[in-house]
Design a protein around this ligand. Structure first.
Ligand SMILES: O=C(CO)COP(=O)(O)O
Length: 141
């Protein structure tokens, strides 16, 4: 599965703790992140993370493009609800796209833990069906 990891500055410590705690599960998957989040995860763990631009420089939009192309299976986005962000439209757009494409999205640590445990249990098998359908329809186009 392809998993996006994103955290606003005040939530980066939560994300690092999460990545350390669930590294054995995460390392079985393909990981993507916005720039600074990805760097911090790689510094704290042995996980390999494909890094996009930093969020304010377009990273959320790059991850959104993957969602729109059926190339992202789960988004773990630890948002900071108490600090205004200069790129708020990008954040809203990413969340909207997850809803458009029914991509599982956690916006906080509590939900992320439930999703990652579901992933470990095999609850995300349906994503491979969605991916196959996406590939078939792009072949037909
Ligand atoms: O701002 C972000 C998401 O909206 C996160 O970006 P960074 O991981 O580059 O800090």
């Amino acid at each position: 599965m392809k998993i996006a990891l994103i955290a606003h500055d005040h939530k980066k410590s939560d994300m690092i703790q999460f990545a350390i705690a669930y590294a054995p599960i995460l390392m079985e998957h393909e990981l993507f992140a916005t720039g600074t989040t990805g760097t911090k995860i790689m510094e704290a763990t042995k996980l390999k993370v494909h890094r996009f631009q930093s969020g304010p420089l377009g990273g959320d939009q790059e991850i959104g493009a993957m969602v729109a192309n059926n190339k992202m299976d789960m988004v773990l986005f630890f948002r900071d609800p108490l600090t205004s962000q200069p790129h708020d439209p990008d954040i809203t757009a990413l969340i909207r796209l997850c809803d458009v494409y029914q991509v599982p999205l956690a916006t906080n640590l509590g939900t992320a833990e439930i999703l990652i445990k579901g992933l470990e249990r095999g609850d995300f098998g349906w994503r491979t069906i969605v991916q196959a359908e996406g590939e078939n329809s792009s072949n037909e186009a």
